[in-house]
Write a protein of this length. Structure first.
Length: 227
């Protein structure tokens, strides 16, 4: 049995009384477990297994298996705003989906775990209009942790390279290029590169544009596995 700290990334029903849960753990990495009986009224672990939960878990872990058995789960932090605010919940699920689709199974990466844990802790403290921009910063920083960070000239928004209402970005290295790159409006560029967003609620069109670019960028570097 392995006892570890974990973030709940995803949870779904399994049979009548159980559920399958995907966890990002501090030492094992991303693991899938079956939580037997967790959907029954008397379950002691069910409340700790909702997405965006931080908990302490015990796992019956066996090598060369894709699905393990959960022995125990106990909440260690309550991120109330992440579960009660629509904007926070939406941003939190974006962050969790990025971990689900980006990280390989059962590869220990404590620094990646810490990044997601701190990111979700910080998300719980921001204002609703800051929730989505926070999810963007989390994903941009993840590119650097994984070794394919956006090019410095993009992050610095080199004025000599920005002409007109659009910029075009190479998904291979995040460099501003000619019209053959991925098109981004100046608002989307600002959201991708700023340490903070001060323009109120992010328009849906900008969110769609930024999500599309980041999806393409991750997919290029990870062979198609991304948000």
């Amino acid at each position: 049995m392995v006892t570890d700290n974990a973030i709940v990334l995803h949870s779904r029903r399994y049979a009548d009384t159980s559920r399958i849960v995907v966890l990002l753990t501090e030492t094992l990495g991303k693991v899938s477990v079956v939580a037997k009986g967790s959907r029954t009224p008397k379950s002691k672990v069910g409340g700790a297994l909702e997405p965006l939960s931080l908990c302490r878990v015990s796992i019956y872990h066996r090598k060369n298996r894709e699905l393990h058995t959960l022995g125990m789960a106990e909440l260690t932090s309550v991120w109330k705003r992440n579960h009660t605010s629509f904007e926070h919940l939406q941003a939190g699920m974006i962050i969790c989906r990025q971990a689900l689709r980006t990280l390989p199974a059962e590869v220990s990466a404590p620094e990646i775990y810490e990044h997601f844990k701190v990111s979700l802790q910080q998300l719980d403290t921001v204002l609703p209009e800051e929730a989505y921009p926070h999810s963007v910063r989390v994903r941009v920083h993840l590119t650097h942790l994984l070794g394919f960070g956006l090019h410095p000239e993009l992050l610095q928004r080199d004025e000599k390279l920005i002409k007109g209402a659009w910029v075009y970005v190479d998904v291979a290295d995040g460099r501003i290029v000619g019209s053959s790159g991925y098109p981004l409006t100046i608002d989307s560029l600002q959201l991708l590169t700023a340490d903070s967003w001060t323009s109120g609620q992010v328009p849906a069109s900008v969110q769609t544009e930024v999500d599309g670019f980041l999806s393409r960028y991750f997919a290029h570097h990870l062979g198609g596995h991304s948000l």
